[in-house]
Design a protein around this ligand. Structure first.
Ligand code: ADP
Ligand code: MG
Length: 290
């Protein structure tokens, strides 16, 4: 049977929006020494705004019409921001079909009869070969401002760039500091580019690893687990495998169905400080048993 101190920690956690699936999650949470976070929607609010529209071979309305068409079927936070910007500019998305997520890279769809993509500059340049040195230069300058840049492109050429900014959650820096006080190290794992990631991690005073594909996030979590208990906190939009690999997988933010299925725990109030609260609660419960 479940010891009384664990049962009471489960119910007092639940009352405060710290849902843990079972007593075993309390035991594992008490042993956590490192926490890995997905960036978008976890450390950040997850509602990026388009800050810059940079037409290259297309004009602004065509750029937004294609971008919004490609993103029409995507649930990624960047997709919503791009669709909202098109609507704000009075631009109708072109007809699209067959939308498909390319995790860690972007999204593709058939738009007005021809394939189109919205994706990272690295994907567009290195993998698809559609971004010239002028485009790379403009993308790099925007990333150095801490913005996420995506390229809107067709099979042979880039239509333009969109830059987006996603603010850190108001309590993110405080949440990382509280974990430091508990002796717990925090690391941001992100598919975003190294320049944007460094700017955001620096503002939160935490470590980071950037330009990670979903599989790379799993490998990072596995490597961290060799040094002790590791918790992964994510929103489940393409980080479900990393959640499943961690000693304790925690979903936070938009909390997709996938995340709730894969996670051991859920932080319903979307506060980064609740990560430290969960660890304090678990340590206290285990302390009462010993
Ligand atoms: P994060 O670690 O910040 O959650 P993701 O792995 O979700 O990052 O995405 C990594 C990168 O892939 C994004 O920064 C973006 O360049 C690209 N990307 C992913 N999904 C989309 C999308 N729907 N539209 C445009 N770009 C996308
Ligand atoms: Mg993500």
């Amino acid at each position: 049977s479940v010891p009384a101190s664990i049962a009471s920690a489960l119910s007092s956690g639940a009352r405060r929006g710290l849902l843990m699936k079972a007593g075993a999650v309390i035991e594992a949470t008490a042993k956590i020494t490192r926490v890995a976070y997905d960036k978008t929607g976890t450390l950040t609010v997850g509602r990026p705004q388009v800050t810059d529209v940079v037409p290259l071979s297309a004009d602004m309305p065509e750029l937004l019409a294609v971008a919004a068409a490609v993103e029409a079927g995507s649930s990624h936070p960047l997709a919503e921001a791009i669709s909202a910007r098109a609507e704000a500019e009075g631009v109708q998305p072109l007809p699209s079909s067959g939308g498909k997520a390319l995790p860690g890279k972007g999204v593709e769809a058939l738009v007005a009869g021809e394939r189109a993509w919205v994706g990272s500059p690295r994907f567009a340049a290195a993998e698809m070969g559609v971004l010239d040195s002028e485009g790379i230069h403009r993308a790099t300058a925007l990333e150095e401002e801490g913005k996420t840049v995506v390229v809107v492109f067709r099979p042979r050429h880039a239509l333009g760039l969109l830059a987006l900014r996603d603010e850190p959650r108001a309590d993110a820096r405080e949440g990382i500091r509280q974990l430091k006080d508990l002796g717990v190290t925090s690391v941001m794992l992100t598919g975003d580019n190294a320049r944007t990631a460094a700017a955001i991690a620096g503002s939160l005073d935490m470590e980071h690893r950037a330009e990670l594909m979903p599989d790379d996030k799993v490998a990072e979590v596995r490597a961290m687990a060799e040094a002790g208990g590791v918790m992964m906190v994510g929103d489940g939009i393409n980080d479900a495998p990393a959640l499943a690999t961690a000693s304790v997988g925690v979903s936070m933010g938009s909390g997709t169905d996938v995340a709730l299925e894969t996670a051991d725990a859920a932080l319903l109030r979307n506060r980064v400080t609740d990560v430290a609260a969960q660890i304090r609660l678990a340590r206290a419960a285990m302390g009462n048993i010993r």
